[in-house]
Design a protein around this ligand. Structure first.
Ligand code: ZN
Length: 516
């Protein structure tokens, strides 16, 4: 109305000049994250999505032609181990190729209980030293328990539990998205369920989620199914949503148990519990030699205590037996690929031959010197696919340097499980790698191409999008991503990084009234 009123008479009846926006993506196959894909346009103004439609009659300062390309929300990675890299001086240079060239615009840190409770400082770094991706942080049980109790194998005193609760609460009030645990790992494995429930309640009352690498993914302690039950019980008792990290059936003893795990989770979901999972699309997990082979009892008290036990004849004998059994569970010494140090690129079997030792003795010798990262081939393709088909399973990388999953998880899942093997449709892949992830972890305004959402947008060539990283060359960037926009800024153009560092810290908004 206003336009007509101020328009000179000679222009009346002529179409109003086209609206000008900052950026217009034209003619791509648009996946919004909720609607069926359609050929259309996406307009961006500032850091937000201004319009989405079949044919937007707009002009723009920058026009990106998207014919033949998929246009989708920036992908979101809910499980990584890049905390240290993100804190390094060259964080932008180190991490951005891994994430942005796969189309990942947001990553979470602090998983498996590793998250430092100093969340205010961690998130604050995003403004003083921005990187190219958005990130959100968990408060981690392991970091908190170590600060308060150290590595000791015992329950907390009443005062220690109170201190840990305060730390979780403070981290949540500073913007953590939830409470993460890695109950498999010492010293978190020393905690009983009740201790975890008490701390998870601090996240629950502030609207956070419980994200857990469960106590046992195999037959190490309580067993896979009992560990799933424990995670569900923690969610029920503490009254918060549960996300099972990197869901899997690990090792020969539980191979084929994916349907049993799914049955338990889906029964809980039918009963109204909020339960989800994430998964990386690789048959090898990544851990360290100690994490893979050394039992928790031998790690109590930290590294010094472990070395002393290796020197103690009776304990070393017990340790030998346990390492031998752990190797059997993981498929033998040929299924453990060492990723760092003197035996980088060799299996434990090969390292043992080079040392003229048996694999157990070789593992003990190597552990005396260092704790190299390893790739442990321990999951069946069949279980991977059975999990992947469930609608509540999202994509994650579990990415850390040395394993190809940091540079390739999302692109591999698309090329292998969407295009080649048709386990998922492209729409399922995109929604379970962006929209659902944002909803599950409470990332407001992220993960969908809808009016007013933050403009995290990717364009990829559906014929070429694929991982190039391998176990031998884990740091090869993915292929096929043409354009990445982070908060309205072009971070990848024509497949090349622009150098823009437009990522932000994503602070979770605690439940009103739950923080001072
Ligand atoms: Zn983990």
């Amino acid at each position: 109305m206003l336009i007509a009123a101020v328009m000179p008479a000679f222009l009346m009846g002529v179409a109003a000049p086209a609206e000008t926006v900052d950026l217009l993506i034209r003619g791509g196959l648009v996946h919004t994250g909720s609607a069926a894909p359609f050929v259309g346009d996406v307009a961006v103004s500032g850091d937000r999505i201004h319009a989405v439609g079949r044919r937007l009659g707009m002009t723009a300062r920058t026009i990106i032609k998207a014919r033949g390309l998929v246009v989708a929300p920036g992908l979101i990675d809910p499980h990584t181990h890049v905390d240290k890299d993100l804190a390094s001086d060259d964080a932008h240079a180190r991490l951005v190729p891994a994430f942005l060239l796969q189309g990942v615009t947001t990553a979470m840190i602090g998983n498996d209980g590793a998250g430092d409770p100093g969340v205010a400082a961690i998130l604050g770094r995003a403004s003083s030293r921005p990187v190219g991706i958005n990130f959100a942080a968990f408060a981690g049980f392991g970091a908190i328990r170590t600060k308060v109790i150290g590595e000791a194998d015992r329950a907390p005193t009443r005062a220690e539990l109170a201190r840990m609760k305060t730390m979780v609460g403070q981290a949540m009030c500073d913007g953590a998205i939830g409470f993460s645990t890695g109950l498999f790992y010492a010293p978190q494995s020393f905690a009983r369920t009740g201790e975890v429930v008490a701390l998870a309640k601090e996240a629950a009352s502030r609207g956070g989620i419980y994200d857990s690498h469960i106590r046992d993914e195999s037959t190490y302690s309580i067993g896979l199914l009992a560990a799933i039950d424990e995670a569900l019980a923690i969610g029920r008792e503490a009254r918060l949503a549960v996300n099972i990290s990197h869901i899997k059936a690990l090792g020969v003893d539980v191979e084929g148990q994916a349907p049993l795990v799914i049955a338990r989770i889906e029964a809980a979901r039918r009963a109204g519990q909020r339960v989800t999972a994430d998964q990386y699309p690789w048959s090898a997990s990544g851990t360290t030699l100690i994490g893979a082979l050394i039992p928790a009892w031998a790690q109590a008290g930290g590294r010094g205590a472990l070395l002393a036990r290796l020197d103690h004849a009776r304990l070393a004998r017990r340790l030998r037996a346990d390492i031998s059994e752990n190797l059997r569970k993981r498929g033998g010494a040929g299924a453990l690929l060492i990723k760092a140090g003197a035996y980088k690129g060799r299996t434990l079997d090969e390292a043992a031959k080079a040392r003229r030792e048996d694999p157990v003795a070789a593992a003990m010798s190597i552990v005396r010197q260092a704790d190299p990262t390893v790739a442990s081939f321990n999951q069946s393709e069949r279980d991977i696919k059975v999990f992947m088909r469930r609608p509540w399973v999202m994509t994650s990388s579990d990415g850390s340097p040395g394993h190809p999953r940091l540079f390739g998880s999302f692109a591999r899942k698309y090329a292998k499980y969407v295009v080649a093997e048709r386990v998922l449709t492209p729409r399922q892949f995109i929604e379970r790698s962006s929209t659902q992830t944002a909803t599950t972890f409470g990332l407001a305004g992220r993960g969908s191409l809808t009016l007013g959402a933050f403009a995290d947008i990717i364009l990829f060539d559906p014929k070429r999008y694929a991982a190039r990283a391998t176990y031998e060359q884990p740091e090869l960037a993915a292929a096929g991503v043409r354009t990445v926009i982070v908060n309205g800024v072009v971070a990848v153009h024509d497949g090349k990084l622009t150098g823009a560092a437009a990522g932000r810290a994503l602070r979770h908004e605690p439940t009103p009234g739950s923080c001072p």
